[in-house]
Every structure is written in C-alpha cells, then in structure tokens.
Design a protein around this ligand. Structure first.
Ligand code: ZN
Length: 147
C-alpha cells in the first residue's frame, strides 16, 4: 500500500529538560493539530525505556536503561489512532562507553536536552487500526483520509 504524500511545513524546537520524550512529542502534535507527519530528534536523555515487539507473543517487552545516554537518532511518524495523534518513534542511544541500545520509544524516557523537528504530511494520511496479521495497530487503507 502506497499513497502520494505532500511534505509540508512543520515545527522545530527544543524540548524541556525533564520532560517525557514521547509524551512531549505527542503533546506538540496535539497542540498544533499535526495528525500525520514525520518526527526526528537528537540530543540526550537522563534515562530511557524502549520496547521490543515479540512477534510470537504479540506483545511488547520493555527495557529500562537507567543512566544518561546520547540520542544518536530518533526517527518516527505521527498518525491518528482512535482519533488522537499517536507518535510512533524508534530511538538509537549510546552510553558513555560507546555501547549502543535502541528500540521502540516508550513512555519513561526522560529528556536531558533534545532538539526536534516535526513535519506535516498532507495529501493522503493513514490512520492506525488493529492489524490481524501482526497484532499491531498499523496504518490501514480504510478509515478517514485527511487533507
Ligand atoms: Zn515501533
């Protein structure tokens, strides 16, 4: 499934020290009515929590990393699930010894300093809904197509 997309205007900024990274990105999308778009960020976190989706069990396993880490990369998207913006982001993190961790960004990741970019995508947005094959809330062809 593929749709044409128009990459539009957006927001750039810095997140507050001590904010929850995923919750803050989600709040920015809600407050600025970004219902479909792309997300990226770099910076550092005080601690992190990431998920791994176990395909056989069809559930996320979460890991907490309770120490300062660099955000080497955060890439994601935002789309509507149950009518509200849901940020889906993956993050790559590095500790002071150069070890790298990563996964599906979960609540509980606390910002030390973070610069973000949010870009609206117009034209034809997907919305998230339950996918039988994977057990995940994935982009679906059905549902509202938002300008
Ligand atoms: Zn994910």
């Amino acid at each position: 499934m593929t749709r044409q997309a128009e990459f539009g205007s957006g927001l750039v900024g810095r997140l507050s020290h001590g904010a929850d990274l995923l919750e803050e990105l989600t709040r920015l999308c809600s407050d600025n009515r970004i219902s479909f778009g792309r997300v990226e960020a770099i910076g550092a976190v005080q601690r992190a929590r990431v998920g791994f989706y176990t395909q056989s069990e069809r559930e996320y396993e979460f890991t907490s990393i309770d120490r300062p880490l660099e955000i080497l990369n955060l890439t994601g998207n935002v789309s509507l699930k149950d009518g509200v913006p849901m940020v889906h982001a993956h993050i790559t993190l590095e500790d002071r010894d150069g070890r790298v961790y990563g996964g599906h960004l979960a609540p509980g990741t606390v910002v030390f300093a973070c610069e973000y970019m949010l870009q609206r995508i117009g034209g034809a947005a997907y919305v998230r809904d339950f996918d039988e094959e994977t057990g995940l809330a994935l982009w679906q062809e059905r549902g509202d197509s938002l300008g």
